[in-house]
Design a protein around this ligand. Structure first.
Ligand code: NAI
Length: 354
């Protein structure tokens, strides 16, 4: 399926939980988080869907306010609502507390990270008609957080891959491909070097693939896959990756379609989901009202799909498509001069016409 040039396709119409819950935990996050999350809240509000937002702090801003990056109130809220719209959370490089993102995904067993990435009419990039979805395993791999010093100057990080997690993420990816009528799925790996861990991941993917004969199953080594992504991105459809490769490759894919400000994401588990943009806190532009809110807004549209408001999710995608296509109100990352609030207002106006 290629982008139709009119509106972003209903990229992530996938619902794992299947029941309505009007109360949603809202996490502003750090850096540009409050700006882009409030933009998403206004656009969702403009659809007429009435969500009871339970506002909670996490990350650096919670650390400064409450002395912990993960207050009890946040965890209690998530345990109750089981669904959240979340801004990015800051994690210091090499020092400081461990990633709250990783912790939340593990704590609520949000094992599947879905990042639909597609070209938008009106956004200038060297690539056209990109339409691929990254499915990333979210709970293990090198993100297991098992690191230790063996001797001074020698450290180990443990890569954990299990058959259980590999099988369930492969099933999720194939179910997604079937539901969305995608044609092919590529498992991306480095099993030529990590024969045991990536070998197990592939073995599980191959076993699951046999139950989906209508979806063409391929495998590719991660380095070659990266090259092909920037030379022939249209040849990819659904990508299945372990945690670390998925993290890296999804940012690369965002670059193909216009940048991190455009690509939404969701973390799904069997009992809950957290919706968040692919991008981080963007400290270089935080607080300046210049961040692109579209990734957060489209993550909001995926939230509406999840809450059984697919029509309203579609209306948001359509409004975003209209604004991008007209090219009049674009943020700096897209070559324009509009502020976060100006593009949000333009999307709200376009929504009123859908
Ligand atoms: P980043 O995604 O925050 O920024 C990378 C580049 O993209 C920057 O130049 C930034 O200005 C630009 N950018 C990002 N979002 C944008 C937007 N909405 N509009 C316009 N430009 C945008 O990645 P970086 O700098 O590596 O990470 C900063 C912090 O974010 C770190 O503490 C990191 O741990 C955290 N992070 C959090 C994530 C999450 O909460 N899910 C995901 C990725 C990073």
């Amino acid at each position: 399926m290629k982008s139709n040039g009119k509106k972003p396709r209903r990229a992530a119409k996938i619902r794992v939980r299947g029941k309505q819950n009007p109360q949603v935990t809202l996490i502003h996050g750090d850096g540009v988080g409050p700006e882009v999350i409030e933009a998403a809240v206004s656009v969702i509000g403009a659809t007429g869907v009435d969500i009871d937002w339970d506002r909670q702090s996490a990350g650096g801003n919670a650390m400064r306010r409450y002395g912990t990056p993960m207050p009890n109130a946040l965890m209690e809220s998530l345990a109750r609502t089981r669904v959240a719209l979340k801004g990015p959370l800051e994690t210091q490089v090499g020092v400081g507390y461990r990633s709250i993102n990783v912790h939340l995904r593990k704590a609520f067993d949000l094992y599947a990270n879905l990042r639909p990435t597609f070209s938008f009419a009106g956004v200038q990039t060297p690539f056209r008609d990109v339409d691929l979805t990254v499915v990333r395993e979210n709970t293990e791999d090198l993100y297991s957080g098992i690191e230790h010093e063996v001797a001074p100057g020698v450290v180990e990080s443990v890569k954990v891959i299990t058959a259980r997690a590999s099988t369930r993420i492969a099933k999720f990816a194939f179910d997604y491909a079937r539901k969305m009528k995608r044609k092919s799925l590529t498992a991306i790996h480095k099993a030529n070097i990590m024969k045991l861990s990536d070998g197990l991941f592939l073995k599980c993917a191959r076993t699951v693939a046999k139950h989906y004969p209508e979806i063409k199953y391929n495998e590719q080594i991660v380095d070659a896959a990266c090259m092909r992504l920037v030379t022939d991105p249209q040849s990819f459809d659904v990508l299945l990756l372990e945690n670390l490769y998925g993290d890296i490759v999804s940012d690369l894919c965002a670059g193909l379609v216009g940048g991190l400000g455009l690509v939404p994401g969701a973390n799904y588990g069997d009992k809950g989901a957290i919706f968040e943009a692919v991008h981080g806190t963007a400290p270089d532009i935080a607080g300046k009202n210049v961040a692109n809110p579209i990734a957060a807004i489209l993550s909001g549209s995926m939230l509406l799909d999840y809450l059984d408001h697919e029509h309203e999710g579609d209306r948001i995608r359509s409004a975003v498509g209209t604004v991008l296509r007209s090219g009049k109100t674009l943020t700096r990352d897209l070559g324009g001069r509009a502020s976060t609030t100006e593009i949000t207002d333009a999307i709200v106006r376009a929504l009123a016409r859908t």
